[in-house]
Design a protein around this ligand. Structure first.
Ligand code: M6R
Length: 619
């Protein structure tokens, strides 16, 4: 959480820092600040609120136009309330160090007590002030050797951090360091940059240096030097990012989320094209394993598959788990949330394949879970959307989703791209095990190829979904119910509504309603029932009838052509027929639009919902 930014060079530091913060605002948005070096002065401007307000204040100060270097921060508060004093950048008491931080310093209190006992006055309630004051103390004590001071500081801190630092007496430098929180640096003829997220740098370059845990860097207008925490210089290779900066723009859309919903048909197409070999008569569905090792050489040893992820990525893994189970129930397939998997005594070793899924590739729990599994000798694959992310770099074998940058805090297009990629991976695994029939393979790959057209048709029915959202936005709460393939989708539908509309919404396997939740139903609650036309349709309709009898308002999502359901509900939303296992890839579009228009009707800040951040880099 939190977005950090640094720049030193020949361009406008003010523009670079403020643009970079605007691009990273999704990472945290309760307060923001920028420290800009103008001549001999460092102007430190901080606000409670959004980057747009910081922008206004910074640009109102004409002197900042001359800034040649600077650091900036957009905050998601952990330690200390949301106040201007607690907003970053922080300054040491002697003014020699100005610093921004993403992460949590676990020994902050201990450092603070030690420094306060020596008479240093702390001004904030944050954990960040401790490394700031400590660095100033070390730097003053070692005769102004910045490299040695950075090395000593990093070695003294426990917890998670990415830091960007200005030393007052070093006008041509910024310094940054990383342990556990993302940090990327880059260099062009215009100067040197660093940021939490590479999308903040894409308008300047596509060549990025991803700092590893245990590294710090000195950035000047002429280049970047990297060091280990031991102070030894390191040579690093850059990674070329294919994303283009326009992909992270809103274009004509009111919100990123809405734009990202629209991108899904194309992303599904791209994902399938990128990972399948297509012939004119049939689709092989061969997945290119990026480590180059033939899957067939070890897949037969696998007895179990574990999917591990958080939030929406977890729901995508539930879909893939369902697909695998339906095709090969001799394989033990589980899907866990990473925050539980990492602390449970899960089985592992070379007969286990664990698939870690994270859009950002930076989710702390998922990274920790993957490290734990590797430690047990489990075979691991990562699935992420961000090339160069920690998950991508640490995994021996990583598959990239082709969704492009997702800016809206609510995941949309990455959910569908994850499901497509995981489905293809699942098919490839089963094929290599010899348990995928030719018929099922052709049926499912063909079904996936047909999806973009169906998704597009759903997007074109936005008006109908908006009307439903407006009608039901006054509901006291929602239950999303479904069975088997629909259950992950009930979770995703409910999560979308919670996170962007702030409405109580629960997801239930329909058969569970009678075991308690049905007690809550009355005319103020809405039940959204997912009723695809499959072998469980009748059972779903019984659950619908039970809910209706308790007075709840009912919206049914049914398969096109199933006219009968209209009489059993207040409203019906039809989705095109798909293969049973692919229902989520169509059904999710109306649920995303429903949440979006409900939130819009209620006037919520859709792309930056309260209390959330896009990337959860702390536990
Ligand atoms: O980057 P990740 O996929 O690891 O993120 C996992 C969750 O934090 C994320 O899916 C979250 O639940 C989203 N806000 C959902 O819209």
């Amino acid at each position: 959480m939190c977005g950090i930014m640094g720049y030193v060079g020949r361009g406008s530091a003010r523009d670079v820092i403020l643009n970079g913060l605007a691009r990273q605002e999704y990472r945290g948005y309760d307060s923001a600040g920028a420290a800009l070096r103008v001549g001999g002065e460092i102007k430190n401007i901080k606000i409670v609120g959004r980057v747009s307000e910081l922008h206004r204040l910074v640009y109102a100060d004409e002197g900042t136009a001359e800034a040649v270097s600077g650091i900036g921060h957009t905050r998601w508060a952990t330690h200390g309330g949301v106040t201007v004093t607690n907003a970053h950048p922080h300054e040491s008491a002697d003014g020699s160090v100005v610093l921004v931080h993403n992460g949590i310093i676990e020994n902050a209190r201990e450092i603070r007590s030690r420094l306060e006992a020596d008479g240093i006055k702390f001004r904030t309630e944050t954990d960040t002030e401790s490394p700031c004051q400590l660095l100033a103390r070390i730097y003053a004590g070692n005769g102004g050797d910045a490299r040695a001071a950075m090395s000593e500081l990093c070695g003294s801190l426990s917890g998670i951090f990415s830091l960007v630092i200005l030393f007052r007496d070093r006008p041509d430098e910024i310094w940054c360091a990383r342990r556990g929180a993302p940090l990327v640096a880059a260099h062009t003829d215009e100067g040197g940059y660093c940021a939490s997220d590479p999308t903040a740098l894409l308008e300047y370059t596509h060549d990025m240096f991803f700092l590893e845990d245990g590294e710090f860097a000195e950035i000047t207008p002429d280049g970047i030097k990297f060091f280990g925490f031991d102070g030894e210089e390191r040579v690093k290779k850059s990674i070329f990012l294919h994303w283009d900066s326009a992909m992270a723009e809103k274009g004509h859309y009111e919100h990123f989320m809405r734009k990202e919903i629209d991108e899904q048909p194309n992303i599904v197409r791209l994902t399938i094209d990128a990972h399948t070999v297509l012939t004119s008569v049939d689709i092989e569905g061969d997945l290119n394993m990026p480590d180059g090792k033939p899957l067939a050489s070890w897949i037969r040893e696998i007895r179990r598959v574990q999917f591990v992820a958080c939030g929406t990525s977890h729901y995508a893994t539930l879909v893939a788990r369902g697909l695998m189970e339906s095709l090969d129930n001799a394989l033990d397939v589980t899907a866990d949330v990473a925050s539980e998997y990492r602390y449970r005594s899960v089985p592992g070793g070379p007969d286990t394949l664990a698939v870690f899924v994270s859009q950002s590739g930076e989710t702390a729990d998922t990274l920790a879970a993957a490290r734990g599994a590797r430690g047990r000798g489990t075979r691991c694959i990562a699935v992420t959307n961000v090339r160069g992310s920690t998950l991508d770099r640490e995994a021996g074998c990583a598959l990239l989703t082709t969704a492009g940058p997702e800016v809206g805090v609510a995941a949309t297009k990455t959910f569908t791209s994850q499901i497509c990629l995981l489905n293809l991976l699942a098919l490839q695994l089963l094929k290599s095990r010899g348990t995928l029939s030719v018929g099922d393979e052709a049926r499912l790959i063909g079904g996936m190829r047909a999806l973009p057209t169906k998704q597009q048709a759903l997007l074109e029915r936005e008006g109908e979904i908006r009307a439903l959202a407006e009608k039901y936005s006054g509901s006291k709460g929602f239950f999303f119910i479904g069975r088997r393939e629909s259950v992950p989708l009930t979770m995703e539908g409910a999560l979308k509504l919670k996170e962007i509309a702030y409405l109580p919404s629960e997801a239930y396997a329909a058969g569970e309603m009678k075991h308690g939740p049905i007690a809550m139903l009355d005319e103020h609650l809405t039940v959204v029932a997912l009723v695809p036309n499959d072998d469980l349709r009748e059972k779903m309709l019984s659950s619908v009838a039970e809910s209706r009898a308790r007075g709840a308002r009912i919206v049914i999502m049914a398969t096109e052509g199933d006219a009968e359901v209209a009489a059993m509900c207040d409203d019906v939303l039809f989705v095109p027929e798909t293969e049973r296992e692919l229902f989520a890839l169509c059904g999710v579009i109306p649920l995303q639009l429903f949440a979006y228009h409900t939130a819009r009707t209620l006037g919520r800040p859709i792309d930056m919902p309260r209390n959330l951040a896009k990337s959860v880099t702390v536990e």
